[in-house]
Write a new protein. Structure first.
Length: 344
Protein backbone atom coordinates (compact mmCIF):
# COMPACT_ATOMS: atom_id res chain seq x y z
CA UNK A 1 0.00 0.00 0.00
CA UNK A 2 1.41 3.37 -1.05
CA UNK A 3 1.78 5.84 1.83
CA UNK A 4 2.48 9.56 2.09
CA UNK A 5 6.03 8.61 3.17
CA UNK A 6 6.58 6.94 -0.21
CA UNK A 7 5.32 10.06 -1.99
CA UNK A 8 7.59 12.28 0.10
CA UNK A 9 10.66 10.15 -0.70
CA UNK A 10 9.97 10.16 -4.44
CA UNK A 11 9.30 13.90 -4.53
CA UNK A 12 12.23 14.71 -2.28
CA UNK A 13 10.14 16.55 0.30
CA UNK A 14 8.92 15.97 3.85
CA UNK A 15 5.68 14.19 4.76
CA UNK A 16 4.44 17.50 6.12
CA UNK A 17 4.83 19.02 2.66
CA UNK A 18 2.80 16.18 1.16
CA UNK A 19 0.05 16.88 3.71
CA UNK A 20 0.10 20.58 2.87
CA UNK A 21 -0.39 19.81 -0.82
CA UNK A 22 -3.70 18.18 0.13
CA UNK A 23 -4.83 20.60 2.85
CA UNK A 24 -3.23 24.00 2.15
CA UNK A 25 -1.76 23.99 -1.39
CA UNK A 26 -1.79 27.80 -1.59
CA UNK A 27 1.03 27.90 0.98
CA UNK A 28 3.42 26.02 -1.32
CA UNK A 29 5.35 27.12 -4.37
CA UNK A 30 3.94 25.94 -7.73
CA UNK A 31 7.10 23.92 -8.39
CA UNK A 32 6.88 22.02 -5.08
CA UNK A 33 3.18 21.41 -5.51
CA UNK A 34 3.71 20.07 -9.06
CA UNK A 35 6.54 17.76 -7.91
CA UNK A 36 4.43 16.24 -5.14
CA UNK A 37 1.39 15.81 -7.40
CA UNK A 38 3.57 14.12 -10.02
CA UNK A 39 4.87 11.69 -7.38
CA UNK A 40 1.30 10.94 -6.26
CA UNK A 41 0.28 10.18 -9.81
CA UNK A 42 3.32 8.01 -10.47
CA UNK A 43 2.75 5.93 -7.36
CA UNK A 44 -1.04 5.89 -7.62
CA UNK A 45 -1.38 7.39 -4.17
CA UNK A 46 -4.95 7.99 -2.92
CA UNK A 47 -5.30 10.01 0.31
CA UNK A 48 -7.37 8.37 3.04
CA UNK A 49 -10.51 10.47 3.41
CA UNK A 50 -10.93 9.74 7.10
CA UNK A 51 -7.35 10.68 7.90
CA UNK A 52 -7.65 13.86 5.91
CA UNK A 53 -10.82 14.81 7.77
CA UNK A 54 -9.07 14.31 11.12
CA UNK A 55 -6.22 16.58 10.07
CA UNK A 56 -8.18 19.34 8.37
CA UNK A 57 -11.49 19.08 10.26
CA UNK A 58 -13.05 18.94 6.79
CA UNK A 59 -14.97 16.08 5.20
CA UNK A 60 -15.61 17.78 1.84
CA UNK A 61 -19.21 16.67 2.32
CA UNK A 62 -22.30 18.90 2.41
CA UNK A 63 -25.65 17.71 3.74
CA UNK A 64 -28.85 18.77 1.99
CA UNK A 65 -32.25 18.45 3.68
CA UNK A 66 -35.26 18.27 1.37
CA UNK A 67 -38.94 17.61 1.90
CA UNK A 68 -41.04 15.44 -0.41
CA UNK A 69 -38.92 14.17 -3.32
CA UNK A 70 -42.09 13.42 -5.29
CA UNK A 71 -42.44 17.20 -5.52
CA UNK A 72 -40.48 18.03 -8.71
CA UNK A 73 -39.22 21.28 -7.17
CA UNK A 74 -36.74 19.42 -4.97
CA UNK A 75 -35.04 17.26 -7.64
CA UNK A 76 -34.51 20.40 -9.73
CA UNK A 77 -32.90 22.22 -6.80
CA UNK A 78 -30.83 19.15 -5.89
CA UNK A 79 -29.58 18.84 -9.46
CA UNK A 80 -28.21 22.38 -9.42
CA UNK A 81 -26.81 22.12 -5.89
CA UNK A 82 -25.00 18.88 -6.72
CA UNK A 83 -23.56 20.38 -9.88
CA UNK A 84 -22.18 23.45 -8.10
CA UNK A 85 -20.84 21.62 -5.05
CA UNK A 86 -19.30 18.81 -7.10
CA UNK A 87 -17.43 21.39 -9.18
CA UNK A 88 -15.98 22.74 -5.90
CA UNK A 89 -14.84 19.27 -4.82
CA UNK A 90 -17.65 18.49 -2.35
CA UNK A 91 -19.84 15.41 -2.08
CA UNK A 92 -23.55 15.75 -1.29
CA UNK A 93 -25.48 13.71 1.29
CA UNK A 94 -29.28 14.00 1.10
CA UNK A 95 -31.73 13.74 3.97
CA UNK A 96 -35.48 13.63 3.44
CA UNK A 97 -37.16 15.85 6.03
CA UNK A 98 -39.79 13.20 6.84
CA UNK A 99 -39.20 11.05 9.88
CA UNK A 100 -37.10 13.59 11.74
CA UNK A 101 -34.11 13.40 9.42
CA UNK A 102 -33.42 17.12 9.95
CA UNK A 103 -32.35 16.05 13.45
CA UNK A 104 -29.93 13.58 11.84
CA UNK A 105 -28.53 16.35 9.64
CA UNK A 106 -27.95 18.65 12.60
CA UNK A 107 -26.39 15.79 14.56
CA UNK A 108 -24.05 15.14 11.61
CA UNK A 109 -22.83 18.73 11.61
CA UNK A 110 -22.34 18.69 15.40
CA UNK A 111 -20.22 15.55 15.05
CA UNK A 112 -18.27 17.02 12.08
CA UNK A 113 -19.54 14.25 9.80
CA UNK A 114 -20.38 16.98 7.26
CA UNK A 115 -18.90 20.44 6.71
CA UNK A 116 -22.28 22.18 6.47
CA UNK A 117 -25.99 21.65 5.89
CA UNK A 118 -28.26 23.28 3.32
CA UNK A 119 -31.94 23.25 4.27
CA UNK A 120 -34.49 23.54 1.46
CA UNK A 121 -37.21 23.06 4.05
CA UNK A 122 -37.22 24.63 7.51
CA UNK A 123 -39.87 25.90 9.91
CA UNK A 124 -40.19 28.69 12.42
CA UNK A 125 -40.30 26.32 15.39
CA UNK A 126 -36.96 24.53 14.90
CA UNK A 127 -35.16 25.23 18.17
CA UNK A 128 -32.48 22.70 17.24
CA UNK A 129 -31.70 24.69 14.09
CA UNK A 130 -31.45 27.87 16.16
CA UNK A 131 -29.01 26.19 18.53
CA UNK A 132 -26.81 24.97 15.67
CA UNK A 133 -26.61 28.47 14.18
CA UNK A 134 -25.71 29.95 17.56
CA UNK A 135 -22.71 27.58 17.56
CA UNK A 136 -21.63 29.02 14.19
CA UNK A 137 -22.35 25.81 12.27
CA UNK A 138 -22.31 26.42 8.49
CA UNK A 139 -26.02 26.43 7.60
CA UNK A 140 -27.83 27.87 4.57
CA UNK A 141 -31.58 28.08 3.97
CA UNK A 142 -32.91 27.88 0.39
CA UNK A 143 -36.56 28.66 -0.38
CA UNK A 144 -37.18 29.37 3.29
CA UNK A 145 -36.85 32.37 5.58
CA UNK A 146 -36.90 31.96 9.34
CA UNK A 147 -37.11 35.29 11.16
CA UNK A 148 -34.47 35.81 13.81
CA UNK A 149 -32.02 33.20 12.49
CA UNK A 150 -28.60 34.69 11.82
CA UNK A 151 -27.73 32.50 8.85
CA UNK A 152 -27.49 32.74 5.06
CA UNK A 153 -30.93 32.58 3.42
CA UNK A 154 -32.03 32.73 -0.21
CA UNK A 155 -35.63 32.91 -1.35
CA UNK A 156 -37.97 34.67 -3.80
CA UNK A 157 -40.58 37.43 -3.53
CA UNK A 158 -43.33 35.14 -2.26
CA UNK A 159 -45.64 37.86 -0.96
CA UNK A 160 -45.45 39.80 -4.23
CA UNK A 161 -45.99 36.59 -6.18
CA UNK A 162 -49.18 35.80 -4.27
CA UNK A 163 -50.44 39.35 -4.77
CA UNK A 164 -49.74 39.12 -8.51
CA UNK A 165 -51.96 36.03 -8.73
CA UNK A 166 -54.81 37.95 -7.08
CA UNK A 167 -54.33 40.88 -9.47
CA UNK A 168 -54.42 38.55 -12.47
CA UNK A 169 -57.59 36.77 -11.32
CA UNK A 170 -59.41 39.98 -10.46
CA UNK A 171 -58.41 41.54 -13.79
CA UNK A 172 -60.27 38.67 -15.48
CA UNK A 173 -63.33 38.81 -13.27
CA UNK A 174 -62.49 35.81 -11.05
CA UNK A 175 -63.79 36.86 -7.66
CA UNK A 176 -65.02 33.51 -6.25
CA UNK A 177 -61.67 31.82 -5.69
CA UNK A 178 -60.12 29.20 -3.41
CA UNK A 179 -56.66 29.02 -1.88
CA UNK A 180 -54.83 25.75 -1.13
CA UNK A 181 -51.75 26.45 0.97
CA UNK A 182 -49.20 24.45 2.94
CA UNK A 183 -48.21 24.45 6.59
CA UNK A 184 -48.34 27.89 8.22
CA UNK A 185 -44.96 27.37 9.88
CA UNK A 186 -43.39 27.24 6.39
CA UNK A 187 -42.47 30.74 5.22
CA UNK A 188 -43.29 29.99 1.57
CA UNK A 189 -46.92 29.08 2.20
CA UNK A 190 -47.43 31.82 4.76
CA UNK A 191 -46.01 34.58 2.53
CA UNK A 192 -47.74 33.43 -0.66
CA UNK A 193 -51.03 33.22 1.20
CA UNK A 194 -50.49 36.61 2.81
CA UNK A 195 -49.90 38.26 -0.56
CA UNK A 196 -52.81 36.54 -2.26
CA UNK A 197 -55.43 36.74 0.50
CA UNK A 198 -54.40 40.26 1.44
CA UNK A 199 -54.77 41.57 -2.10
CA UNK A 200 -58.13 39.81 -2.58
CA UNK A 201 -59.44 41.33 0.66
CA UNK A 202 -58.00 44.73 -0.18
CA UNK A 203 -59.93 44.74 -3.44
CA UNK A 204 -63.20 43.88 -1.69
CA UNK A 205 -63.23 40.15 -2.53
CA UNK A 206 -62.00 38.45 0.64
CA UNK A 207 -61.63 34.68 0.33
CA UNK A 208 -64.03 33.06 2.84
CA UNK A 209 -62.76 30.51 5.34
CA UNK A 210 -64.56 27.64 3.61
CA UNK A 211 -62.48 28.36 0.49
CA UNK A 212 -59.15 28.24 2.36
CA UNK A 213 -57.36 24.92 2.88
CA UNK A 214 -54.11 23.40 4.14
CA UNK A 215 -53.01 21.11 1.32
CA UNK A 216 -49.78 20.06 3.03
CA UNK A 217 -47.87 20.75 -0.21
CA UNK A 218 -49.29 17.36 -1.27
CA UNK A 219 -50.64 16.37 -4.69
CA UNK A 220 -53.10 13.89 -3.17
CA UNK A 221 -54.43 16.22 -0.45
CA UNK A 222 -54.89 18.99 -3.01
CA UNK A 223 -56.85 16.62 -5.26
CA UNK A 224 -59.08 15.66 -2.31
CA UNK A 225 -59.66 19.32 -1.45
CA UNK A 226 -60.55 20.07 -5.08
CA UNK A 227 -63.06 17.21 -5.07
CA UNK A 228 -64.70 18.81 -2.04
CA UNK A 229 -64.81 22.18 -3.77
CA UNK A 230 -66.44 20.65 -6.84
CA UNK A 231 -69.20 19.16 -4.68
CA UNK A 232 -70.33 22.63 -3.64
CA UNK A 233 -73.14 24.50 -5.35
CA UNK A 234 -70.94 27.60 -5.35
CA UNK A 235 -67.92 26.09 -7.08
CA UNK A 236 -64.91 28.40 -7.25
CA UNK A 237 -64.07 30.12 -10.50
CA UNK A 238 -60.38 29.61 -9.82
CA UNK A 239 -58.01 27.80 -7.45
CA UNK A 240 -54.62 29.16 -6.41
CA UNK A 241 -52.25 26.52 -5.03
CA UNK A 242 -49.15 27.52 -3.05
CA UNK A 243 -46.94 25.24 -5.17
CA UNK A 244 -47.09 23.44 -8.52
CA UNK A 245 -47.20 19.99 -6.91
CA UNK A 246 -50.58 20.82 -5.38
CA UNK A 247 -51.72 22.53 -8.58
CA UNK A 248 -51.13 19.28 -10.49
CA UNK A 249 -53.39 17.54 -7.95
CA UNK A 250 -56.09 20.15 -8.48
CA UNK A 251 -55.84 19.77 -12.27
CA UNK A 252 -56.07 15.98 -12.02
CA UNK A 253 -59.22 16.26 -9.89
CA UNK A 254 -60.81 18.72 -12.31
CA UNK A 255 -60.09 16.43 -15.24
CA UNK A 256 -61.58 13.47 -13.42
CA UNK A 257 -64.79 15.50 -13.14
CA UNK A 258 -64.47 16.65 -16.77
CA UNK A 259 -64.27 20.29 -15.69
CA UNK A 260 -62.69 22.42 -18.42
CA UNK A 261 -60.12 25.20 -17.86
CA UNK A 262 -62.74 27.72 -18.98
CA UNK A 263 -64.91 26.63 -16.03
CA UNK A 264 -62.30 26.68 -13.26
CA UNK A 265 -58.82 28.16 -13.51
CA UNK A 266 -55.82 26.70 -11.67
CA UNK A 267 -52.64 28.60 -10.80
CA UNK A 268 -49.56 27.18 -9.10
CA UNK A 269 -46.25 28.47 -7.76
CA UNK A 270 -42.62 27.52 -8.62
CA UNK A 271 -42.77 26.85 -12.39
CA UNK A 272 -41.13 23.43 -12.24
CA UNK A 273 -40.23 21.92 -15.61
CA UNK A 274 -43.41 19.80 -15.63
CA UNK A 275 -45.58 22.92 -15.51
CA UNK A 276 -44.74 23.62 -19.17
CA UNK A 277 -45.68 20.11 -20.33
CA UNK A 278 -48.67 20.13 -22.67
CA UNK A 279 -50.47 17.69 -20.36
CA UNK A 280 -50.49 20.36 -17.62
CA UNK A 281 -49.84 23.73 -19.31
CA UNK A 282 -49.99 25.29 -15.86
CA UNK A 283 -50.19 29.01 -15.22
CA UNK A 284 -47.82 29.60 -12.33
CA UNK A 285 -45.52 32.02 -10.57
CA UNK A 286 -41.98 31.34 -11.67
CA UNK A 287 -39.29 31.61 -9.06
CA UNK A 288 -35.72 31.06 -10.32
CA UNK A 289 -35.17 27.83 -8.37
CA UNK A 290 -31.94 26.84 -10.13
CA UNK A 291 -30.44 30.29 -9.65
CA UNK A 292 -31.52 30.19 -6.00
CA UNK A 293 -29.76 26.83 -5.63
CA UNK A 294 -26.61 28.15 -7.30
CA UNK A 295 -26.48 31.15 -4.95
CA UNK A 296 -27.19 28.88 -1.97
CA UNK A 297 -24.24 26.67 -2.91
CA UNK A 298 -22.02 29.75 -3.21
CA UNK A 299 -23.18 30.92 0.23
CA UNK A 300 -22.27 27.55 1.74
CA UNK A 301 -18.80 27.55 0.20
CA UNK A 302 -18.21 31.13 1.40
CA UNK A 303 -19.42 30.20 4.87
CA UNK A 304 -17.04 27.23 5.08
CA UNK A 305 -14.03 29.22 3.91
CA UNK A 306 -14.92 32.45 5.74
CA UNK A 307 -16.92 31.42 8.84
CA UNK A 308 -16.76 34.86 10.43
CA UNK A 309 -18.45 36.84 7.67
CA UNK A 310 -21.87 38.42 8.24
CA UNK A 311 -24.82 36.31 6.99
CA UNK A 312 -26.51 37.31 3.75
CA UNK A 313 -30.13 37.24 2.61
CA UNK A 314 -30.89 37.18 -1.13
CA UNK A 315 -34.43 37.67 -2.43
CA UNK A 316 -35.12 36.98 -6.12
CA UNK A 317 -37.98 38.58 -8.11
CA UNK A 318 -40.64 36.39 -9.71
CA UNK A 319 -42.69 36.27 -12.91
CA UNK A 320 -46.26 35.17 -13.54
CA UNK A 321 -46.24 32.66 -16.41
CA UNK A 322 -49.60 32.41 -18.17
CA UNK A 323 -50.48 29.08 -19.81
CA UNK A 324 -53.52 27.00 -20.67
CA UNK A 325 -54.79 26.26 -17.14
CA UNK A 326 -56.21 29.80 -17.07
CA UNK A 327 -57.79 29.47 -20.49
CA UNK A 328 -60.22 32.11 -21.66
CA UNK A 329 -63.19 31.05 -23.77
CA UNK A 330 -62.14 31.06 -27.41
CA UNK A 331 -58.48 31.72 -26.60
CA UNK A 332 -55.56 29.37 -26.08
CA UNK A 333 -54.52 31.10 -22.85
CA UNK A 334 -50.91 30.20 -23.62
CA UNK A 335 -49.08 26.91 -23.29
CA UNK A 336 -45.57 25.57 -23.47
CA UNK A 337 -43.25 28.30 -22.26
CA UNK A 338 -46.24 30.62 -21.75
CA UNK A 339 -46.25 34.39 -21.60
CA UNK A 340 -44.25 36.07 -18.83
CA UNK A 341 -45.50 38.90 -16.62
CA UNK A 342 -42.91 40.33 -14.17
CA UNK A 343 -44.04 40.51 -10.56
CA UNK A 344 -43.57 44.00 -9.11
Amino acid sequence: MVTSRDVAELAGVSQATVSRVMSSPAKLSPATKARVQAAMETLGYVPHAGAQAMKTRRTNTIGVVVADLTNPFYPEVLDELSRELDAAGFRVVIWNAGGGSHHDALKAIREHAVDGVIFTTATEDSLELQAAIEKNSPIVLINRVVEGLECDQVTSSNTDGGAAVADYLLAHGKTRVAFIGGAQNASTSRERGRGFLGKMAGQGHAVPEHFRFDGGFSHDISAQVTNRLLSRADRPQAIFCANDHMAFGALDALRAHKVQPTECWVIGYDDVDMAAWDSFSLTTVRQPSREMARVGAEMMLERIHSPGRAPRQVNFPCDLIVRGSTELAGLSGGNGTGSSHPVA
